[in-house]
Design a protein around this ligand. Sequence first.
Ligand SMILES: Cc1cc2nc3c(=O)[nH]c(=O)nc-3n(C[C@H](O)[C@H](O)[C@H](O)COP(=O)(O)O)c2cc1C
Length: 162
Amino acid sequence: MAAPDQALFRSVMGHFPSGVTVLTTIVGEQLHGMTVSAFCSVSLEPLLVLATIEKTTRMHALLLESHLYGASILGTNDEATSRFFADDRRLAGVEFAPGSYRIGVTGCPILPQAIAFLEARVQAVYDGGDHSIFLGEVVNADVLRDDPPLIFYRGGYATLRR
Ligand SMILES: Cc1cc2nc3c(=O)[nH]c(=O)nc-3n(C[C@H](O)[C@H](O)[C@H](O)COP(=O)(O)O)c2cc1C
């Protein structure tokens, strides 16, 4: 059986809507964040989540050092933040301006405008082709506001109507 090509695979998976997080970490003094939609709940006992990170990213190298991440779940009005943390041009400036974040219990930055956030310690890293799967045990989490989530769907942003 012939496997589908990448374009079809992308198109099919684009029909599966996801939320958008800014995944963050800290190594020494260095704070880093990147937009991640491949993030999901795994287990309730213990509390586990996973994030799937491309091996070529700066985040991948930093997570292998820090073994810690924060995930700030973006609300519907935060498309600009999603675009910012997915754009390499941010690396030429300051990723986390003073006052635009707070530091969580793990030391990872948390975005105060997030609708909810959690922090996790990496328990295992699994190979996932050109990505790695970072399984994290949740050590802190909270819901911050009631706004609808930002949705990524078919290569663009959408919102949830209920
Ligand atoms: C909506 C959206 C979702 C994304 N989700 C992921 C993801 O789940 N995993 C990933 O590796 N990259 C994802 N990316 C791409 C990264 O955000 C982008 O490559 C980023 O610039 C990498 O940052 P870094 O190399 O500075 O760490 C996503 C981009 C967008 C716009």
